[in-house]
Ligand binder design. Structure first.
Ligand code: IPE
Ligand code: IPE
Ligand code: MG
Length: 244
């Protein structure tokens, strides 16, 4: 069977807190364990030739969590970005960011911008971190930027609008994965996920390993993406085919 690989996988990493609770540990231990699952995801996707991986690490809504947890998470992001840099270079992976940069603590922003600069020439995969991200905010931000740029209303279309998104060159996700049994988007990539395939796993994020990823990829490979067309059209035209 021909291999039907998503070009872009976006992941809503959920269940760190429950993973820790099940073990009688503090939530922070769940987040630490979650980092290992991110490493595995990135490595496995790159090996398989998936060009883009985006992970939802912190939503705008997550600012409402207890201050201690928020502080822990941003310390973790800082350490992660610094520690991963050599590995990203070794694996030829470019780091990217979507979200509200102005919300980030200075040190995180600095580490992120440094790592993005250093990895800018890497070409094997793009790994995008969504931090302080909100899909609705991104859409509003793009609309605001389009207005500020003086874009004429008749020139506003999907393509021009996209150019104002956080990552204009990022292809739409083909597959959105959410772990922990929750089945919602929680404000993730609302514009870009319009035609994404959704995959919900009951596994808690820290337990999402290469085997679980393979299950998601197998599920994706078995789907028919019609983009509004009929099965008959898909058989007779190549245009409607997403898989080549
Ligand atoms: C996902 O795990 C990580 C973040 C949202 C930062 P949670 O922290 O949401 O874990 P649960 O949902 O409480 O189990
Ligand atoms: C969604 O997880 C955000 C991230 C994975 C970063 P949450 O656990 O915060 O989502 P809700 O609040 O349960 O929808
Ligand atoms: Mg959660």
């Amino acid at each position: 069977m021909e291999e039907r690989l998503p070009q872009h996988i976006a992941v809503i990493m959920d269940g760190n807190g429950r993973w820790a609770k099940e073990r009688g540990l503090p939530r922070s231990e769940g987040h630490l364990a979650g980092v290992e699952a991110v490493r595995t995801l990135v490595r496995e996707c790159r090996v398989r030739g998936i060009g883009h991986v985006t992970v939802y690490a912190f939503s705008k809504e997550n600012w409402q969590r207890p201050e201690k947890e928020v502080r822990f998470l941003f310390d973790l992001f800082l350490r992660f970005i610094r520690q991963e840099l050599p590995e990203l270079m070794r694996q030829d992976i470019r780091l990217a960011f979507i979200g509200d940069r102005s919300d980030l603590p200075f040190a995180v922003r600095q580490a992120l911008e440094y790592a993005m600069r250093k990895t800018a020439g890497n070409a094997s995969m793009v790994f995008t971190l969504a931090i302080s991200y909100s899909g609705r905010e991104e859409i509003l931000h793009a609309a605001r930027r389009a207005l500020t740029a003086g874009l004429a209303p008749e020139r506003l279309n999907e393509d021009t609008f996209r150019s104002f998104l956080y990552a204009p060159d990022m292809p739409d996700p083909d597959l959105v994965i959410r772990t922990s049994g929750e089945e919602r988007l929680s404000n993730f990539l609302l514009f870009q996920s319009a035609y994404a395939e959704l995959y919900f796993s009951s596994v808690l994020w820290p337990d999402f390993d290469a085997k679980e990823l393979q299950k998601a990829l197998d599920s994706y490979a078995g789907r028919t993406r019609r983009f509004g067309r009929t099965d008959e059209q898909l058989r007779t035209t190549s245009e409607g085919m997403r898989y080549e």
